[in-house]
Design a protein around this ligand. Structure first.
Ligand SMILES: NC(=O)C1=CN([C@@H]2O[C@H](COP(=O)(O)OP(=O)(O)OC[C@H]3O[C@@H](n4cnc5c(N)ncnc54)[C@H](O)[C@@H]3O)[C@@H](O)[C@H]2O)C=CC1
Ligand SMILES: [Mg+2]
Ligand SMILES: [Mg+2]
Ligand SMILES: [Mg+2]
Ligand SMILES: [Zn+2]
Length: 480
């Protein structure tokens, strides 16, 4: 027994497996146990013996049992962790028990699992979503908070947008990458090597888009340069070694003027989910390009005076051509691309074990998602969450916690993802906005994520931040 920890373990118990009743017992005989105490005792005993079926049944009848403690402040999670019952630990966490509670010796379930050598349980307890705010809000310490459309593949180099000489040199460089849009749909190519084909942006060279580039109705947007690990090869010289990217958009279908090699390439048109088939690196480029292009297509004239405008700053500004227009003085947000902030929230039941999801009439049958709504002028994120939830479901909300966000280029939203804790539970649906809203239990949500269409409902795809929020609440971002 070379490891000193092993010796301590050996001295503490002669068997490798203790039951709850081997733990120090408080003065039981003088205390008449209430029915509730008895149920807690039974629950703790099942957890310490690893009786998953019984633990699950008891939680489904009374979720309050989850954080109850018995002798010496030991909870079910601590007992399951002590005795190496991984499946019970997992079930308790999935059902929202608080893993941060400590027993009278100041140990958490994690500390106990580590001490008793159940390393897989200790690892799991360390990595799964923490439970804070009285066990309802998961921690926002995210291991990975990247959402689809959010990866920054390019360095935007906004300082170069006003450098006309540099922009023009880059447009004629053979290194430069052009991506082409038609009515805001990107030209893509299927990646044949994938089993489930992912779409890749078709990267044109200068010569393949020459004709399109010089058409009068083509919109040209400077997107940025490819990120480089080291600084440019010859700083200061004309050839800075930076690979620039531009997006082109045409109103007329430009396919005939484009030089395309290979067969499986096309404009990705059609309803929204199609844009979710891009690879993750390029989804961010499309989010950027598509939002700016959508802004140009909707703001053809000056919003202040109705006059004609010209495109400046590599496609990032429209300047009014009417002399004396108010938009020419000071900074005007009508001159720059717009972003609409939207709050999207997973509302958690005060019992910590259910969440509120709703469905719009336009959703496919059976799909439920997080509630969402546009932020209004003069409103904070928190107030927008509370107002939208109340308007759409009649539920009142207390604490709001920011989790993550996602650019949503349909046409130009920024989805701000939050958790919110409900302070009332009665639902009164606003039928103008949504068709239905319900509380779903953790188990129903887990089923929806795991079983797909065999569950009672289904979730939006993994690329949507709604899916991400639900997964994060359950704790599936770790190793479940
Ligand atoms: N990525 C994701 O997981 C999800 C994204 N969404 C997106 O969130 C956005 C907002 O959600 P909704 O429930 O529709 O918002 P909402 O609950 O505020 O209702 C939309 C209505 O608000 C009005 N409105 C107020 N400000 C507006 C603005 N700036 N632009 C357009 N309409 C405005 C319009 O009458 C519109 O019909 C939608 O565009 C939707 O595509 C919604 C759910 C999931
Ligand atoms: Mg609304
Ligand atoms: Mg809404
Ligand atoms: Mg609204
Ligand atoms: Zn004007």
């Amino acid at each position: 027994m070379s490891d000193p920890l092993s010796l301590v373990r050996f001295l503490l118990t002669e068997s490798s497996h203790v039951t709850y009743y081997h733990l120090p017992v408080k003065n039981m005989t003088s205390v008449q146990m209430s029915a509730k105490d008895e149920m807690v005792e039974q629950f703790l005993d099942c957890a310490s013996r690893g009786d998953l079926a019984k633990v699950s049944t008891m939680i489904s009848h009374s979720s309050q049992l989850l954080n109850e403690s018995g002798r010496q402040g030991w909870t079910a999670l601590m007992l399951a962790a002590r005795n190496g019952h991984f499946d019970v630990v997992k079930a308790l966490l999935l059902n929202g028990c608080n893993k941060d509670l400590v027993n009278k010796s100041g140990q958490t379930a994690h500390g106990i699992a580590k001490f008793w050598g159940h390393r897989h349980i200790a690892r799991f307890l360390a990595s799964s979503g923490d439970v804070a705010h009285h066990g309802i809000l998961p921690s926002n310490k995210l291991t990975e908070n990247e959402t689809y459309f959010s990866r920054e593949y390019l360095n935007r180099m906004s300082d170069k947008r006003t450098d006309l000489e540099w922009l023009s040199a880059k447009q004629s460089s053979s290194e430069t990458v052009f991506i082409v849009f038609h009515n805001s749909d990107p030209f893509v190519t299927a990646e044949p090597e994938d089993i489930q084909p992912k779409l890749k942006l078709y990267r044109f060279g200068r010569d393949s888009v020459k004709e399109v580039l010089h058409q009068s109705d083509t919109m040209v947007i400077f997107l940025g340069v490819e990120k480089q690990e080291c600084s440019p090869s010859s700083p200061g010289s004309k050839e800075d070694g930076l690979i620039a990217w531009f997006a082109l958009n045409t109103k007329k279908n430009p396919t005939e003027s484009l030089k395309v090699t290979g067969s499986d390439s096309f404009f990705l048109s059609g309803p929204m989910p199609r844009l979710l088939m891009l690879n993750e690196d390029e989804a961010g480029i499309v989010a950027q390009a598509r939002s700016v292009l959508a802004w140009h297509s909707r703001y053809s004239f000056c919003p202040t005076c109705g006059g004609k405008t010209k495109v400046d700053e590599g496609g990032y500004k429209r300047t009014c051509l009417t002399e004396g227009c108010r938009s020419l003085q000071g900074i005007h947000n009508t001159c720059y691309p717009r972003v609409d902030p939207v709050v999207i929230m997973l509302v958690l039941h005060p019992d910590g074990n259910q969440c509120l999801l709703g469905r719009k009439k336009a959703f496919p049958p059976g799909m439920f998602s997080c509630l969402a709504g546009f932020i209004e002028p003069g409103e904070t994120i928190e107030n927008a969450v509370r107002r939208e939830v109340l308007e759409e479901s009649g539920v009142t909300v207390g604490p709001v916690q920011y989790v993550s966000c996602q650019p949503w280029p349909m046409p130009s939203s920024l989805m701000i993802g939050c958790f919110a804790v409900a302070t009332s539970t009665d639902i009164k649906v606003d039928e103008n906005e949504i068709e239905d809203a319900r509380w779903f239990t953790r188990q129903e949500v887990i089923d929806a994520l795991v079983k797909g269409d065999q569950a009672v409902f289904f979730m939006p795809p993994r690329q949507a931040i709604a899916h991400y929020l639900v997964k994060h609440w359950i704790g599936i971002n770790s190793n479940l």
